[in-house]
Design a protein around this ligand. Structure first.
Ligand SMILES: N[C@@H](CCC(=O)N[C@@H](CS)C(=O)NCC(=O)O)C(=O)O
Length: 224
């Protein structure tokens, strides 16, 4: 039996959605974020970085959402949710599967850090910290966001079915991309471009996504 070590409000929602699409039986072991939004120390007993998601599947313990998504599709997909074996769909799936955690998530996390640091700065120098981080946001992050969101918008405009690899079903790239895109739509709606908003609606309309949300519990990025 597959066990998903699931942290509330986290990337492991990707794995629940995928398992519901695959209709593979699984169990959820829940972990609650601490007051400072970290994973609880119990997750360190499952995997060395103590982050979510992690799955166990008989003797296999696997962390890193992209690795988990590829493992599950390859082991349990039976042809479902597969990207094309070659051509543009193959390359788009490969690119966006890795881009989600490799390039997009780091700038979203940077944004969270830029917002948190001034709040955690001692009161007397907080105005200075606010000014510095607000300038960093304007000068570094906003131009970066624009490049990324323009690229995603242009790509989504080319895929007729609305999935990143251009097929009739989501593929690994979609399970990876849905999380950062729904975080953008929920947390920074003014930055979300029209096709990104449509994409997130498409994901949220999947019956498997809704079931995963019901089973996963608290999740701040999809209000239904
Ligand atoms: N690149 C990893 C990131 C894992 C990660 O940072 N997970 C977050 C939840 S979204 C986490 O466990 N945060 C709590 C912590 O770091 O204490 C993946 O895609 O699985």
């Amino acid at each position: 039996m597959i066990v998903v070590h699931h942290l509330n409000n986290s990337r492991s929602q990707r794995v629940l959605w995928l398992l519901e699409e695959l209709q593979v039986p699984y169990e959820i072991k829940r972990y609650e974020r601490t007051a400072d939004q970290r994973a609880p120390k119990e997750l360190l007993e499952i995997s060395p970085l103590g982050k979510s998601p992690v799955i166990t599947d008989d003797l296999v313990t696997l962390a890193e959402s992209g690795a988990i998504v590829e493992y599950l599709i390859s082991k349990y997909g039976n042809g479902k949710l597969q990207a094309p074996a070659s051509g543009p769909g193959y390359l788009d799936n490969l690119y966006y599967t890795h881009y989600a955690e490799g390039s997009l998530m780091p700038i979203l996390v940077q944004k969270i850090i830029f917002d948190i640091v001034p709040q955690k700065t001692p009161f007397l120098i907080r105005p200075l910290a606010n000014m510095i981080f607000s300038n960093l946001d304007t000068q570094l992050l906003q131009p970066e966001f624009k490049k990324h969101f323009d690229m995603i918008e242009s790509h989504l405009a080319t895929v007729k079915t609305g999935w990143f690899a251009g097929g009739d079903e989501p593929t690994a790239a979609d399970f990876q991309m849905a999380f950062p895109l729904e975080a953008i739509v929920a947390s920074a709606p003014t930055l979300a471009t029209p096709k990104i908003v449509e994409y997130v609606e498409r994901v949220h309309a999947r019956p498997a996504y809704k079931t995963a949300l019901d089973k996963g519990g608290e999740y701040a990025y999809a209000k239904m």
